[in-house]
Design a protein. Structure first.
Lengths: 290, 306
């Protein structure tokens, strides 16, 4: 409509003005580049270390591009370190802890949102901000006493400390955002509270459940300290197993980087795929919280 | 247990309020399973820790009730005092730097530019990455002889640093990792605030002939203040809680130069098996975090009023 006017306007602007705007854009582009390059460079360096021979990894000046790239480090990780067992442990722990948290946390988020139970919400918030380390002494004593330390159960239970508050917290903010009319209509039609929740509110909150699942899974997968204290030799999760590689093989950088990359790769891929949900969940919890 | 927040403001509304409370109570069953879990894995450990903190209890030997003795010992323990100071230093650095960088990053990502979505996704990757994996890569980069960071320093004409291998530089160096890891969360929280700001004040400022800086200083910053405070609360608590990267990279060393409260607590509990004493540390640490959260929440109320 007014396309002609806006199109011709910049042509009349003096040269210095255009130059200044162009410089401004260049500066802005450089600023964005400066912001994202630490993230990019660290991950690329991790990849580079994992694809080079030990000779190249300890060379001075550093060798940046693997030439030729080798998969030897990855082969070594899978061959020597019971890596698959620990990977399986991590999957079992994170999936179970997330699943259990959803089972109890989604209805709880609904109930708290409906009751406007601010004290319960505050308790969940406090649980979220206390350091994980502070739960470990009682759990360590208890599970030793119950002689469960050789199983995955203590680790799964400990991971509930992370997953349950996340799920409840995200679900409270999602259920609070839903209009209540549809459930009320269902209740008027004779549905029970549970039916109204199960067949009306829960399908509407599916995006919220997705967000809660992703966040709970990632934080459980990334967790280090619980398994560090509670795991035995056979029950280590991946972060613990990878950390042990450092202590025993001081300078085997190739396999170490390969293992580190394998541990964090599922989470990075999940972040790339579900970036929108993750941002929504973290900011909803953060901005609405506290 | 969960309570209804409806207040009995007017006597006339009392019956109605009671009915509302009754209505709310029917939802209590939804919370019961989660409440059981929370009691078992969160409230019980709190209570049990408080109980254990009253014992002189080394794992493997007899425990002995000593009342508040552990706390008295704690406040006389120079090692704990130093750990406290180090935590304070670490937290101060690990709050200020990510807040400034996060604010700058949020202002950048608030503007429209090509590939913005991709750039933002890449920017938040560090925050989601597994801390142990990240810490291992940084450990390799900090290596004084073979690390890539010292190579970079020498390339720009600076002397190489000892990074985490010297008591003088270990804490600032660990803060670099923390900044790299957690600036994205600050950015996201502030970016969410920026997106929710009203447009009218900017138009008014423009009409009044305000420069970009004036608009930022007198319009953006005051409107953004509540979001900045929320980011500050979350960042402060996360910085106080920092454990994984410090433990993986230095385990509190060299010597005790990076032994923060968390590391001190871990060593007392699971290296020396001094569980009674360590429980007292947990209680004190918990109190500090709650006090900080309360202080910052109070600040937030004030910010909102003005």
């Amino acid at each position: 409509m007014s396309g002609r006017v806006t199109h011709t306007a910049p042509r009349r602007t003096p040269l210095w003005y255009r130059l200044r705007r162009w410089l401004g854009r260049l500066g802005f582009g450089l600023a964005v580049l400066a912001l994202i390059s630490p993230a990019v460079l660290v991950f690329l360096w991790m990849l580079s270390l994992s694809l080079k021979t030990e000779l190249d990894n300890t060379a001075w000046p550093p060798v940046f591009l693997p030439d030729p790239p080798t998969l030897e480090n990855y082969r070594e990780v899978f061959a020597r370190n019971d890596f698959l067992l620990y990977a399986w442990n991590s999957v079992v722990v994170s999936v179970t802890a997330t699943g259990l948290a959803l089972l109890v946390g989604v209805p709880a988020g609904y109930g708290i949102a409906k009751m406007r139970a601010m004290r319960a919400a505050a308790l969940i918030l406090i649980a979220r901000i206390t350091p994980g380390l502070s739960y470990l002494i009682p759990m360590f004593l208890l599970f030793q006493w119950l002689e469960l330390t050789g199983t995955l159960l203590p680790i799964i239970v400990a991971h509930l400390v992370i997953t349950v508050p996340i799920v409840v917290w995200v679900m409270i903010s999602f259920f609070e955002g839903l209009p209540g009319e549809l459930e009320e209509a269902a209740l008027v039609d004779g549905a029970t509270l549970w039916q109204a929740f199960r067949h009306v509110a829960m399908p509407l909150a599916r995006p919220g459940i997705t967000v809660a699942t992703i966040l709970a899974f990632i934080f459980s997968w990334n967790n280090f300290v619980f398994a560090m204290v509670l795991a035995g030799r056979e029950t280590r999760t991946l972060p613990v197993a990878v950390n042990n590689m450092l202590t025993f093989e001081q300078i085997a950088w190739g396999p170490l980087s390969a293992a580190a990359l394998l541990v964090t790769l599922p989470v990075l891929l999940l972040t790339l795929l579900a970036q929108r949900q993750i941002v929504a969940g973290l900011t909803a919890g953060g901005v609405k919280g506290a | 247990m969960p309570q209804d927040a409806v207040t009995l403001a007017r006597p006339a509304g009392a019956a109605q309020a009671a009915r509302r409370r009754n209505y709310a109570r029917r939802y209590a069953w939804f919370v019961v399973p989660a409440a059981c879990v929370v009691i078992a894995v969160i409230l019980f450990p709190w209570a049990f820790t408080l109980y254990v903190s009253g014992f002189d209890w080394h794992l493997g030997s007899e425990r002995r009730w000593v009342g508040l003795d552990n706390y008295v010992r704690l406040f006389a323990d120079a090692r704990f005092g130093w750990a406290m100071l180090r935590t304070l230093f670490y937290t101060a650095l690990a709050v200020v730097a990510p807040m400034l960088l996060g604010l700058a990053a949020a202002l950048c990502f608030h503007r429209r530019f090509p590939l913005r979505g991709l750039a933002r996704t890449v920017f938040i990757l560090p925050m989601m990455a597994t801390p142990v994996a990240v810490a291992l890569v940084w450990t390799m980069m900090f290596h004084p002889q073979l690390g890539v960071l010292n190579w970079l320093l020498t390339q720009v004409g600076l002397p190489p640093s000892m990074w985490v291998y010297s008591a003088d530089t270990v804490i600032p160096t660990l803060v670099i990792v923390e900044v790299w890891h957690w600036t994205p969360l600050v950015m996201l929280l502030i970016l969410g605030g920026l997106a929710s700001l009203p447009q009218d004040p900017y138009e008014a400022a423009k009409i009044d002939g305000a420069s970009a800086w004036q608009a930022f200083r007198h319009v953006t910053l005051p409107l953004l203040a509540p979001f900045i405070v929320v980011a500050l609360i979350i960042r402060s608590i996360d910085a106080l809680k920092a454990f994984d990267t410090i433990y993986v990279i230095t385990q509190g060393g060299p010597g005790q130069a990076s032994e923060t409260i968390n590391i001190f607590l871990y060593l007392q509990a699971f290296a020396f098996y001094n569980v009674g004493y360590a429980s007292a540390v947990v209680v004190v640490f918990f109190a500090i975090i709650m006090a900080l959260a309360a202080l910052l929440l109070w600040t937030r109320q004030r910010v909102r009023v003005t």
